[in-house]
Design a protein around this ligand. Structure first.
Ligand SMILES: NC(=O)c1ccc[n+]([C@@H]2O[C@H](COP(=O)([O-])OP(=O)(O)OC[C@H]3O[C@@H](n4cnc5c(N)ncnc54)[C@H](O)[C@@H]3O)[C@@H](O)[C@H]2O)c1
Length: 388
């Protein structure tokens, strides 16, 4: 199943790491550590192989992909030997990167974006193209009446106003071009009633929001533990320190607020109450792509006895995110091939703030995911399964 993976923010750290990783896996230069779709519980014939993935994307900057990859290797994010071994493959992906469409109305820009997607699909004779947003986090969207209705949205996009934030305009263009849409960021993306209607109308799945790769991943394991032992979490405070492009962008208070909101949701949803404390994200340029998160939890046990725990997480953000981007592309492509449309709640496992999430507990999300993969593989083998 030849599958295009179109990355919005294609020259960023997460996208570059995903591309180099995908090319290295295809060339058998690296193993799939970190890719959950290669675990026995998920692996199977319904997923496109790594060799079937073809990369392309949009960005607002023009830094050559090979230069980005070399910079990430110099920073210790990517192994330098992989970047050095893949010059032709990286040059081929460079040919598939396009500038983010600009000028005109939002309808014009959406049409140009859709054209880039359909041209890519046709040029490579792809069965489908999955669009993944890994661009800079946006501030929370300003409400607009056209967000509620597809007809009103189409009309408004042709007017002079900026009706949609960039992530949602990409989602609109992707859906119009017949492409499933994945949002790895906390931005609004397809999370608007008008875009949901478009996805259902076109029979397309969409997935999000905000990849769960570090502190929130640990929270989604620990919070159910406190709940199941009937321990009362009194406060949970987290301090995240990071550099890189993501860290610099999150120095903007509006983008920072959108990210913090996405990170805090797991506690209220899992515990059934919101303990004291906040999550902070601070930009420390020197840390680059390596993030440190320090969390302090205070809790009460039997007869009110007070206790506390702390943890420190030192993660390489792009190395944690990239295998999940590849997993999400494979699973969403398989879901599309199986005829699924609308939000895929079964992929909640991957997200901090999952769409249509029935649960925030990582263990329950894992059960949903493995059932989902099993059903996809079973349908693939049956007479009425999807065609390759
Ligand atoms: N790394 C992680 O663990 C992780 C986890 C969850 C979410 N995320 C999210 O993934 C996103 C990417 O992170 P990163 O570290 O790669 O950031 P980055 O700053 O390195 O890359 C972002 C890229 O997006 C591009 N961009 C900005 N606006 C654009 C637009 N309108 N159209 C096209 N491209 C645009 C930038 O030029 C840049 O190349 C961020 O939103 C981040 O919050 C990352």
């Amino acid at each position: 199943m030849r599958t295009g993976v179109w990355l919005v923010g294609a020259r960023g750290s997460v996208a570059t790491t995903s591309i180099v990783g995908g090319l290295a896996l295809r060339a058998n230069l690296a193993g799939p550590t970190g890719c959950v779709t290669e675990l026995p519980e998920l692996r199977g014939p319904a997923l496109p192989a790594f060799a079937d993935l073809v990369f392309g994307g949009h960005d607002v900057v023009t830094t050559p992909l090979a230069k980005r990859a070399e910079a990430l290797a110099a920073a210790g994010v990517l192994p330098g030997r992989l970047v050095a071994a893949l010059p032709d493959e990286l040059a081929a992906v460079e040919e598939e990167l396009r500038p983010a469409p600009g000028g005109g109305t939002q309808a014009d820009r959406a049409a140009a974006t859709s054209r880039d997607l359909t041209d890519f699909r046709d040029r490579h004779r792809l069965d489908r193209v999955v669009v993944v947003n890994v661009s800079a986090t946006e501030p929370a969207v300003r409400p607009h009446p056209a967000h509620a209705d597809l007809g009103a949205l189409r009309e408004a996009l042709s007017g002079p106003d900026e009706v949609l934030p960039a992530s949602s305009l990409y989602a609109y263009a992707a859906l119009e071009a017949g492409c499933p849409y994945i949002d790895f960021t906390p931005s609004t993306g397809a999370r608007l009633p008008a875009l949901h209607a478009l996805a259902v109308e076109r029979g397309l799945p969409y997935v999000g929001h905000d990849g769960k790769t570090g502190e929130t991943l640990v929270k989604s394991v620990l919070a159910p533990m406190f709940a199941m032992r009937h321990l009362q979490v009194r406060s949970w405070s987290g301090l995240n320190l990071l550099g890189g492009g993501d860290g610099a962008n999150l120095a903007d208070p509006a983008a920072n607020a959108a990210k913090v909101e996405s990170k805090q949701r797991v506690l209220g949803e899992t515990l059934g109450y919101v303990p004291q404390g906040d999550t902070r994200i601070d930009f420390v340029e020197d840390l680059g792509d390596f993030k440190t998160a320090w969390d302090l939890v205070t809790f009460a046990g039997f007869l009110g006895t007070r206790m506390r725990m702390e943890f420190t997480w030192h993660g390489c953000d792009s190395a944690l995110a990239a295998p999940l981007v590849l997993d999400l592309a494979r699973l969403t492509a398989a879901a599309h091939a199986a005829g699924r449309s609308g939000p895929l709640a079964e992929l909640a496992f991957f997200f901090k703030d999952p769409l249509g999430a029935p649960t925030h507990s990582l263990a329950e999300q894992w059960a949903l995911l493995t059932d989902f993969a099993r059903a996809l593989h079973t349908a693939w083998g049956s007479a009425d399964g999807p065609a390759r």
